[in-house]
Design a protein around this ligand. Structure first.
Ligand code: GDD
Ligand code: MG
Length: 334
């Protein structure tokens, strides 16, 4: 079974971390987002993952030089220009010569979805496409997908205005598609699968969906990247993986509900809470890092405070005593 993994977006909501590292190559507690996504697909019978690449393809190629990830064969499909989600699926599937039922996933979604069940349901209904749905409190950030009693999709509404969503069930970013869907995607131009392809399939009555609860996070924002890492530590991994084996945490420092990456250091009296400290970062004496992300090899000066989803870019230095709330360093303007 082939899977197209969409990993070509700019990851704007995670800047500045994504200025150099594509979103799916950021760590989610010890392994990259992409490794976790591909390993999950592998556990459900996928043996070839076609990476739909656009932004910074070099980082992916360098990370998997033997063309394998989590034991699965990779195919690299590099778009000449951003083609949007539908255009990317069309381009990648054609590059890889896909001509049979295939899976598509958004490469930033971490889930324990039973993909095997989704494929079985797809085959049983004879659908052209089957989408996994998950319930959320605020559907306005997502694709909202009402269905009828048979599981047939009755509308696909991408990012509706707040309070106008007809359902709490949203597109969970995993699809099973027939190759005929590719005929609906014109090549060489931007096509949104959510705004063009799925609505056309709804009109033809060929799109179905399966509502499933379970672990699900779109790790595309600082808040949800932290959530994904902590969920991983609370779930399969266990808290002993919260501090990487070769990280150094001073005995007088306090690290709670956080992940501290390989080679990172947390100095005496520092507090790290609800945060991610990426590889090689240094948290100075008495510094406080709360609900924030510190990029790889960044330095947080002594007694500095980071709070309220502050994001510090890779290699950045924060001056001693600085107080940052809901900040991005460097900021977009710099
Ligand atoms: N190759 C390629 N080219 N990939 C792209 C492009 C592109 O032009 N644009 C986006 N992607 C990739 C992103 O890297 C990401 O892995 C995936 O496509 C989805 O894009 P996001 O930017 O993360 O979309 P979203 O989170 O706002 O919304 C999507 O996901 C939600 C669930 O997490 C939509 O599919 C929603 O309908 C859905 O509910
Ligand atoms: Mg996303």
């Amino acid at each position: 079974m082939n899977a197209v993994v969409l990993v070509g977006g700019f990851g704007t909501r995670l800047r500045p971390l994504t200025l150099t590292v594509p979103k799916q190559m950021l760590p989610v507690a010890g392994a990259t987002m992409l490794e976790r996504v591909v390993a999950h697909l592998g556990a459900h019978g996928v043996d070839r993952a076609v990476l739909a690449l656009g932004y910074r393809p070099d980082v992916f190629l360098d990370a998997f030089p033997d063309g394998r990830c989590a034991g699965i064969e990779l195919v690299y499909a590099v778009e000449p220009e951003p083609l949007d989600t539908g255009g990317a699926v069309g381009f990648a599937a054609r590059e890889a010569g896909i001509d049979d039922t295939f899976i598509v996933v958004n490469g930033d979604v971490l889930t324990d979805l039973d993909v095997t069940e989704l494929v079985a349901r797809h085959r049983a209904t004879g659908a052209e496409g089957t989408i996994a749905l998950t319930p959320v409190d605020d559907p306005s950030r997502y694709g909202v997908v009402p269905i009828d009693a048979d599981g047939r999709v009755t509308a696909f509404i991408e990012k509706p205005p707040a309070h106008e969503a007809p359902s709490k069930w949203i597109n969970a970013g995993t699809y099973v598609l027939e190759p005929s869907v590719l005929d609906r995607i014109e090549s060489g131009r931007r096509v949104s699968i959510e705004r063009e392809v799925f609505p056309a399939m709804v009109a033809d009555g060929t799109l179905f969906a399966l509502e499933r609860t379970g672990r699900w996070v779109d790790a595309g924002t600082p808040e949800t990247l932290i959530e994904a890492a902590l969920a991983h530590l609370d779930g399969s991994a266990g808290r002993e993986d919260a501090i990487a084996a070769d990280a150094t945490v001073d005995p007088t420092a306090r690290v709670e509900s956080s992940w501290v990456g390989p080679g990172a250091t947390v100095a005496s009296g520092a507090v790290v809470e609800g945060s991610l400290v990426l590889a090689g970062a240094r948290i100075g004496e008495g510094a406080v890092v709360r609900d924030s992300v510190v990029g790889a090899a960044a330095t947080v000066g002594a007694r500095a405070t980071l709070d309220e989803l502050t994001v510090v870019g890779h290699d950045v230095t924060i001056e001693p005593g600085a107080v940052l709330r809901a900040a991005r360093v460097p900021s977009e303007a710099e």
